[in-house]
Design a protein around this ligand. Structure first.
Ligand code: RAM
Length: 397
């Protein structure tokens, strides 16, 4: 895999994450069944190269996931439309365009994609900007077109602003898969990490349990245009209707940048001194907030933090009592599934017709869900896992 990055505003976090063994765990290998322009790019892309050895080692599954893999169907990919089984082509080039190249969560997901393509005899090029904007991703789509990539896997920083560029890619014969954060453009499959409604609903339930369903709460989100964040927040608001004594006072946006997340968090705390709870459905936001609370422990007498976090980043805060519980899925598996979907599509497998099925290596078989309320055809990786002191140390991502 080639990783193309510019300046490093998250160096320490990335270093911490690269020190981790990226193993697949049993967290989320469930088969799909649940419903559910600006300035020059900070990142540029050129020719692709073969995946590195280090990257290949990231593909090694943990024993539990390996067990799941062995129970997965060994049959070759096929489409439900009755088409001939597709053999995945060798030598495919898949551009992974994450929200940005420095978010540790996205780095793990991209490595999962790299592992998938390494298994399939292809390669991944990671290309994106350093800020979570559509403008920063468009040059990477253009780079994929220039490079005659076979497929693009993209996490949308915006639901619609990427569509003209992605349409160009589709016209050039490039297959498009979105993951992590969907786009509203036609002609693609969305790899959803977990059922969107379940994520939003469970986040509110988790916080409600901890604060006795009472008090002012706020959301510390990522980019204001991020499709995934906004979809989850929409369901959080719906779920809050069930808790009349919990009041959402505001949503602030840290743009998945630690410094911005800290600034908006501090603003939040000074504007709402009686805040009882924060939901941060982003690994960058929750880890930044946890770090802050860890060094301002007096806040813990009245303030509870939950959200979506990487167990590796959150472990110390859970074990010292700063955070009680949070959720996530295995981002490596998310990237792996997206990599397989992209390779299947680039090999002629139908992955966008509802009911179509395709196989994704160790994760097994997935069935495409029909488009529904704002989401196009999708597959779901699996339900989120709740992490707390009893299990947080068991996960390596
Ligand atoms: C952040 C990103 C990503 C989100 C995770 C949970 O790293 O915003 O899109 O899915 O958190």
């Amino acid at each position: 895999m080639i990783r193309i990055t510019a300046r490093s505003r998250r160096t320490s976090a990335v270093l911490a994450m690269t020190a981790l063994a990226l193993v697949a765990t049993a967290c989320s290998s469930k088969k799909s069944a649940t419903p559910a322009a600006s300035s020059a790019p900070a990142a540029t892309s050129s020719a692709a190269a073969a995946p590195s050895t280090a990257a290949s080692s990231a593909a090694a599954p943990a024993s539990s996931a390996a067990a799941a893999a062995s129970s997965a169907p060994a049959a070759p990919a096929s489409s439900a439309a009755g088409g001939a089984p597709a053999t995945i082509k060798k030598g495919l080039t898949v551009y992974f365009i994450p929200k940005d190249t420095q978010n540790p969560y996205e780095v793990i997901a991209d490595k999962g994609g790299q592992a998938a393509l390494a298994e399939l005899g292809g390669k991944v090029v990671v290309s994106s900007g350093t800020a979570d904007t559509a403008a920063a991703q468009i040059p990477s789509i253009q780079a994929a077109i220039q490079a005659k990539a076979d497929a693009i896997v993209i996490a949308g920083n915006d639901p619609s602003a990427l569509c003209p560029s992605l349409a160009q890619a589709v016209s050039a014969g490039i297959k498009v898969v979105s993951f992590d954060s969907d786009v509203t453009c036609p002609n693609h499959l969305f790899i959803n990490q977990a059922n969107t409604q379940q994520i939003g609903t469970s986040e509110v339930d988790l916080l409600a349990k901890e604060i006795n369903s009472t008090g002012q709460i706020a959301i510390l989100s990522a980019a204001a245009t991020a499709t995934n964040q906004n979809a989850w927040i929409g369901y959080m608001k719906q779920q809050l209707a069930k808790y009349p004594n919990m009041k959402l006072v505001t949503t602030v946006y840290g743009n998945d940048d630690p410094a911005t997340s800290l600034t908006v968090l501090q603003g939040l705390l000074s504007a709402y001194p009686n805040l009882r709870g924060i939901i941060s459905p982003t690994t960058v936001g929750i880890s930044t907030a946890a770090q802050y609370l860890d060094t301002h422990k007096s806040l813990l007498s009245h303030l509870t933090l939950t959200g979506l976090g990487l167990p590796s980043q959150m472990k110390s805060y859970v074990l010292d009592g700063t955070v009680k519980a949070f959720e996530l899925w295995n981002p490596s598996n998310l990237g792996y599934l997206a990599g397989y979907a992209a390779a299947q599509a680039a090999s002629g497998t139908d992955i966008t017709t509802a009911g179509a099925t395709f196989t994704a290596g160790k994760l097994g078989s997935y069935t495409v869900l029909p488009a529904a309320s704002g989401t196009g055809p999708s597959v779901v990786l699996g339900p989120p896992t709740v992490f707390d002191a009893s299990n947080v140390a068991q996960f390596n991502f």
